[in-house]
Design a protein around this ligand. Sequence first.
Ligand code: KG4
Ligand code: ZN
Length: 374
Amino acid sequence: MIILGIETSCDETGAALVENGTTILSNVVASSRDLHIKTGGIIPEMAAREQIKCMIPVIEEALKTGCGWVVGYEKPIPITHSRLKTQNSSPPIDAIAVTVGPGLIGSLLVGVETAKTLAYAWNKPIIPVNHLLAHVYANWLSSRRSDSPTSPFSPNAVIPQFPLVALIVSGGHTELILMRNHGSYEWLGGTRDDAAGEAFDKIARLLELGYPGGPAVAASAAKFKVTSSKFKVKLPRPMIDSHDYDFSFSGLKTAVLREVSHLSNLPNLANLLAYETQEAITDVLVKKAVRAAQQENVNQILLAGGVSANQRLREKILKKCETEKITSFCSAINLFLPEPKLATDNAAAIASCAFFNQNFLPWPKISADPSLSL
Ligand code: KG4
Ligand code: ZN
């Protein structure tokens, strides 16, 4: 089964073709990141306007590169002149999957209304997809055609097995879920205030490191030499020992602000604080995810969402999973990590999620829901 995925929940515009939920045939992402670097953050109106411009060209590119259904895309073309409108036959896809939420309303509407229009024109069913759940499915994807169940991106080289604890860490969400199967999961906990990605973004802005904050903090942290530094700063690890599955990252930003005003003359202050911010956030994420697996007696942990691209987080959790044990299993914990470029928003994960959670609906039943929860 080939599914066309469409993703427009935030500032990315994505379209992808995925076969049987695992094989990427094409995966096209256009981002308004350059515009938002100038504004230092996302302006929802601007993001949606850019998405209107590139939605159709992005879909055309995905169809063209994906399955030989050439639509003659060369450069972004205005919607009114799109060949998608004049094509007589429908492309060889079985369904259209689209993110219906959570996300920015203007952005979601671009993808949802495009998907509905194409579903009507091509007479294809739609599968509505929850963006947060879709992040999890980046772990099922690989870009090669193969009958083998191995994934080149997971350290233990097998596709995820159930039951598993999934830590979804994105710009707007930090959620821990226990998945027993596709379509069967239990929410364990989440952030009470700022998400992990949001903390990275806000602290990056405070330290004037740029946008998006996560990669900017990681790059700045990499310049800090722990061993040769005379100065040490210890930021709090919020809720690291609390006996629940919740998180809280808003206090970190205040703690960083305090250090900035105390140590304003220190050379390399931004790098030092970026390093400590990354250590604080990743310490909490790793400890809570591993503890959730131990308490739920589950031998698999999966990371998902933009923050899961963070190299330090990946190193730390891999180390912990190799050394920690789950009482009833006598082996190390299996860890699943998405390929870094599939960790951030993309439409291949949307199509994969739709394949494993097939909820076909006719187009009039589809609508955007900006505050959709898991
Ligand atoms: O999942 P995502 O692409 O979009 C949302 O659904 O929000 O996540 C975006 C978030 C941003 O906060 C960004 O700063 C963070 O993921 N991020 C990272 C890294 N790459 C993206 N955070 C830490 N390290 C990274 N390498
Ligand atoms: Zn996302």
